[in-house]
Design a binder for this molecule. Structure first.
Ligand SMILES: [Zn+2]
Length: 384
């Protein structure tokens, strides 16, 4: 299958997607959705679009009859990219330069390269003269980088996500990702009683109380057992600010924490874990509020799910051995597919996560070819 991949076509489509500026924020996926639509049109795709806000477009494309006569494989990919500061780059972030076997530009790794592979895999299969075993439904969504509220979440809310399995070509260095930690971002505010700085005993310092909170939370052991692929949950006390002057006992102090949780942990449990540790400080003068800024659910696919075996069979066929099973420390849109739509989803793509979001983001052209062949093999063999 690998010999049948047209590397030039994969490079070309990656470049065309990278050339479209879809930085989020502010977010504008319209032109990238149009590029993807043109690329999928030649496979007889039927299209639908969701646009919850102007220019925040998610493209849905069905390749195949879509009448249930064959199983459906969903390809979930996001069209948005994180912002770029071009001054630090040695390549044009929207140029798609080729250098030393790599393609450079914002989104080459995360994840326009992966989307190009999934599209060009259809052409690879045609070249091989092999019929698809499944319909392939592309969900090329907006807004993943800011949590997916205007992309994958909308598709789920409108009951548009249906299929027998899903692949998400996010950058995993072609590792087979079946588990993701969840993310809780929260702001904790302590409240004190102001007094003159020369008489701290007459007040209650919000800064002093927050110091205790930081020690209770940062890098703390929350008592959860270790996950085989994800390790332990974590908590980072990342931002702190408080007080108004050095001669005033601080009335208020703010702390922003980033807590990563394991599959099975709900938003309520993640918050309760923070509160339990703060409350255990047992200081009657400690008064605080806790506000949740963001919660991205953890998710996991059971390794015994038949889709894992099907995927690994295709992987072995193309790349010589099963792919390494991995977990990721952050969330992707696969969580909506796994948790809300109830569809088994594997995240596996050609980019490297350490190249994502960085200066001079790039992807290996060899890995693009590998991924294209892998997806083609999966389209040929996924029978539900
Ligand atoms: Zn991504």
């Amino acid at each position: 299958m690998r010999d049948l991949v047209d590397a030039g076509a994969v490079i070309d489509l990656t470049r065309r997607l990278v050339a479209v500026d879809t930085q989020n924020p502010p977010g504008n996926e319209r032109a990238a959705a149009d590029v993807a639509r043109a690329a999928l049109d030649r496979f007889g795709a039927r299209f639908d679009e969701v646009e919850p806000r102007p220019a925040r477009v998610s493209l849905l494309a069905t390749v195949g009859a879509g009448d249930g006569s064959r199983p459906t494989l969903v390809v979930n990919g996001h069209l948005d990219v994180v912002p770029v500061d071009p001054t630090a780059w040695t390549h044009d972030p929207f140029g798609g330069d080729e250098h030393d076997g790599r393609l450079y530009g914002r989104g080459t790794t995360d994840m326009k390269g992966g989307i190009a592979c999934a599209v060009e895999a259809l052409a690879t299969l045609e070249r091989a003269g092999i019929e698809r075993a499944c319909d392939v439904v592309f969900h090329l969504v907006a807004d993943e980088e800011l949590g997916g509220a205007l992309g994958a979440a909308v598709l789920v809310e409108r009951d548009l996500v249906h299929g027998n399995a899903c692949i998400d070509p996010e950058p995993t260095s072609l590792g087979v990702c079946v588990a993701e930690r969840g993310l809780l971002r929260a702001t904790i505010t302590t409240h004190g009683v102001p007094a003159h700085g020369s008489q701290p005993h007459l007040g209650v310092s919000a800064v002093e109380k927050m110091a205790k909170v930081v020690l209770a939370l940062h890098n703390a052991d929350f008592g959860d057992p270790e996950h085989e692929l994800l390790g332990r949950p974590t908590c980072n006390a990342g931002v702190i600010e408080g007080g108004t002057a050095n001669n005033v006992v601080a009335e208020r102090c703010r702390l922003e924490v980033d807590r990563r949780v394991l599959p099975g942990t709900t938003r309520e449990e993640a918050v309760a874990g923070l509160r339990a540790r703060i409350d255990a400080i047992d200081d009657p003068e400690l008064r605080y509020d806790l506000d949740v800024d963001l919660f991205g659910e953890p998710s996991e696919l059971d390794r015994d799910d038949p889709f894992v075996a099907t995927f690994q069979k295709a992987y072995t066929e193309v790349l010589g051995a099963p792919g390494p099973l991995i977990g990721m420390q952050f969330t992707t849109d696969a969580r909506f597919v796994r948790n809300q739509a109830g569809i088994p989803a594997i995240v596996c793509g050609p980019g490297d996560i350490d190249k994502a979001h960085g200066v001079d983001e790039s992807v290996s052209i060899e890995r693009l070819v590998d991924a294209t062949a892998l997806y083609a093999q999966l389209y040929a063999t996924f029978a539900g």
